[in-house]
Write a protein that binds this ligand. Structure first.
Ligand code: NAP
Length: 262
């Protein structure tokens, strides 16, 4: 069977469940060796065991809180120690606290900046020199549909994630000459714990049930359903592969047709 990523070494952050775990599953199926990172080591270990026995790849779990600089450093260190290189970085992060501007504290903003921006900067700083040295690399930043279409109750995501678009464009410009390709993914609603959290928040504010909020979300999507995490993984696998050799600096929507702006 032809696989896209046989022998590649990839890092996936925030990978213990949800979108990150879905991406890890697809990349492992495509033959990549992985470092998967998040805070819950038990979940990571379980996922690593399942993927390595199912697909015969190496999967290294690393406990790391992305808001802590030293933890982030350990992720790339572990990849280098185990694989001697990093071909692909898939940056995903934890969901920010929902809330309106007036509801958020200054501490919430500081934490949000560490979670949604600084962690991306830190891990990029750690991984890029290794990619430049080998004149090869793929940086893929999983961001959000909120870069295109802000969502009313997601102030931190609406404001801070915009800078990930700037990061993608700037890095694509500066790293192209080293054959390091850089792209961002703007996913719509994906069926994970996070979407139920967002739905619960909306339900609380509008006095309807969570099930009704989810049905309303599905009605907004031309394909009529939420994405599965693995469907985001399929796009990541393509971007990480040799088939995507001329795509860089792109912010790619994957939202079942929900966003109507051109
Ligand atoms: N689901 C959607 O519809 C949707 C849409 C647009 C954007 N997003 C964004 O996409 C990202 C992933 O969402 P998801 O739906 O997969 O969420 P999820 O199911 O809640 O999973 C979140 C993942 O992030 C990890 N995480 C949380 N805080 C972390 C931290 N401080 N350090 C390291 N890892 C951390 C969690 O693991 P641990 O708890 O083990 O650390 C978990 O693996 C989030 O940023 C979310 O806001 C989601």
């Amino acid at each position: 069977m032809h696989v896209l990523l046989r022998g590649r070494a990839a890092i996936i952050t925030a990978a213990s469940r949800g979108i990150g775990a879905g991406v890890a599953t697809v990349l492992a199926r495509e033959g990549a060796d992985l470092v998967i990172a998040a805070r819950s080591l038990d979940r990571l270990v379980e996922l690593a065991k399942r993927l390595s026995s199912q697909y015969g790849v190496s999967v290294i779990p690393v406990r790391a809180d992305l808001t802590k600089r030293e933890d982030v450093r350990r992720i790339v260190d572990e990849a280098m120690r185990n694989f001697g290189r990093v071909d692909v970085l898939v940056y995903n992060t934890g969901p920010p606290k929902p809330g309106t501007f007036l509801e958020l504290s200054e501490e919430d903003w500081e934490y949000g900046v560490r979670l949604l921006l600084l962690s991306a900067v830190w891990i990029t700083r750690d991984v890029v020199p290794h990619m430049i040295e080998r004149r090869q690399g793929r940086l893929i930043y999983i961001a959000s549909i909120t870069l295109k279409q802000p969502l009313p109750e997601l102030t931190l995501s609406n404001v801070i994630r915009i800078s990930v678009a700037g990061l993608v464009k700037t890095l694509a410009y500066q790293l192209g000459r080293y054959n390091v390709l850089v792209n961002g993914i703007l996913q719509g609603y994906v069926d994970t714990e996070r979407i139920r959290e967002v739905a619960a928040e909306r339900a609380r504010r509008s006095g309807v049930s969570v099930a009704d909020v989810i049905r309303e979300m599905e009605r907004e999507i031309p394909l009529g359903r939420l994405a599965m995490p693995e469907e985001i993984g399929e796009l990541v696998a393509f971007l990480a592969s040799d088939r995507a050799s001329y795509i860089t600096g792109s912010l790619i929507l994957i939202d079942g047709g929900r966003t109507m702006c051109i």
